[in-house]
Design a protein around this ligand. Structure first.
Ligand SMILES: [Zn+2]
Length: 153
């Protein structure tokens, strides 16, 4: 059963042999994947992944897994990079939320502190007023008394 599908896959383009991201784990036919060295003219010594079944039968122009190792690695790096950027986005979002929550909290604390301070100020003012009145009255009484006493003497 060599090349029974009749699909055209003339070039060694990875996209025509089934899209696999990263390193292929298994061929669609159920066979394991082996890594081999290319002996071809344009890619001497270049490593590639191949369906072990297709490799054993030395199939050419078939649909079984074929993928350059460097391209597979590049895919994996790309996948990691996109994962990283989505993680970064999540972290950035969390940061913004955290900062907003913190700001809200700080605002609330500030408002409460201001309320308490205003209350304390008002209380202090009124008690200060009372104290002033008492002191003034006291002074007036003392002055009055001294004057009275002065006239008497
Ligand atoms: Zn296969």
């Amino acid at each position: 059963m060599s090349n029974a599908s009749g699909k055209s896959s003339g070039t060694s383009n990875r996209r025509q042999r089934g899209i696999v991201r990263g390193a292929p784990k298994r061929c669609w036919c159920g066979s394991d994947i082996v890594a081999k060295n290319s002996m071809s003219e344009p890619n001497p010594g270049r490593r590639y992944y191949r369906c072990s079944y297709a490799a054993r039968l030395r199939l050419i122009d078939d649909d079984h897994v074929f993928k350059w190792v460097d391209e597979a690695l590049y895919d994996e790096i790309e996948t990691l990079a996109s994962k990283m950027s989505s993680i970064e986005q999540v972290v950035e979002h969390e940061k913004v939320c955290f900062a907003r929550n913190q700001m809200d909290l700080e605002k609330e604390i500030c408002e409460r502190v201001e309320d308490v301070l205003a209350e304390a100020k008002a209380e202090a003012k009124s008690s200060l007023k009372k104290l002033m009145i008492v002191v003034l009255l006291g002074l007036m009484i003392v002055f009055g008394l001294t004057k009275l006493i002065g006239y008497d003497v």
